[in-house]
Design a protein around this ligand. Structure first.
Ligand SMILES: NC(=O)CC(=O)C(=O)O
Length: 269
């Protein structure tokens, strides 16, 4: 099946962000996209000072639009927004199916709290609460869902790998961590023998948080990669995994008698 990744130029105008998503998802569907991935917090500028203003309940205005667009174009649609629920805010990825149905919500498990002196300090936990479950859904293959900083936690990818063929991460790395780690982390999935797709906002040099861009799809090799401007990239998810898993059968060669990665709680999906 064809995966499309929309690298949206997110602005402070929510209505404009939503109308561009409608147009770009339609364009992706016209190119055969059956699963479409949108960036982290695609309806809002990325930053702790914006989350409460742009947050919505699910269902709400933005996810209603996602539901309609998924149904109109008969595809799976994945993307994160700031969510408000019970007085708390989350960074939540909603997944809609081709009938417009909400399949799952994944709330970012690992909040992006870093302090790199002289470069970047970002503390999502100042405004957001973490999610508490792993999330997978079934389409043409089984898909594991994480959001941005979740990608840094190899244990999560290892757990997903046991049942998934594709991992998707709406994300927004920045001009410090992007060049250093963005592609490297995705390519590390080589060890997990899965496809990995990331969707970043396009770069806006005038924004308070400048996203790295470079949305990417890898299967160990980089098979599709955007620049830093608004664009859609496509990747055909093929037989590759079955072949490589058979040729290099690490899943049956693991030394479960020596080490283990275990989920304490099972999540949705
Ligand atoms: N934005 C994030 O959640 C993570 C990020 O930018 C990084 O890990 O670097």
């Amino acid at each position: 099946f064809r995966l499309a990744v929309v690298q949206l130029q997110v602005s402070s105008d929510k209505a404009n962000n939503l109308s561009k998503v409608r147009r770009l998802v339609k364009e992706a569907a016209g190119q055969g996209g059956k699963v479409v991935l949108l960036p982290e917090c695609f309806n809002s500028p990325y930053g702790t000072s914006f989350f409460s203003k742009y947050a919505e309940k699910i269902p709400g205005e933005t996810t209603q639009m996602l539901s309609e667009v998924a149904k109109e174009n008969k595809l799976h649609l994945v993307g994160s927004i700031p969510e408000e629920d019970g007085g708390k805010l989350y960074n939540t990825c909603a997944v809609f199916g081709p009938e417009g149905e909400l399949i799952l919500k994944h709330r970012k498990i690992h909040l992006f709290d870093i302090d790199v002196p002289g470069k970047i300090r970002f503390q999502e936990s100042e405004t957001l609460s973490p999610g508490n479950s792993l999330s997978t859904f079934d389409t043409f293959c089984r898909v594991g869902v994480g959001i941005c900083y979740d990608m840094r936690f190899a244990e999560l990818a290892q757990l997903y790998n046991r049942k998934c063929q594709l991992l998707v991460y709406p994300g927004a790395f920045n001009m410090t961590t992007g060049p250093a780690h963005w592609e490297l982390l995705q390519r590390a999935a080589l060890d997990n023998q899965t496809y990995v797709a990331t969707a970043s906002p396009a770069r806006d040099e005038a924004a308070s948080y400048v996203a790295w861009g470079h949305s990417t799809v890898v299967n160990g090799e980089v098979i599709a990669k955007a620049g830093h401007e608004e664009s859609i990239i496509y990747a055909d998810i093929l037989q590759y995994l079955a072949d490589v898993r058979q040729q290099i059968p690490i899943s049956s060669q693991r030394r479960d008698d020596l080490y283990a990665v275990t989920a304490v709680q099972q999540g949705s999906g």
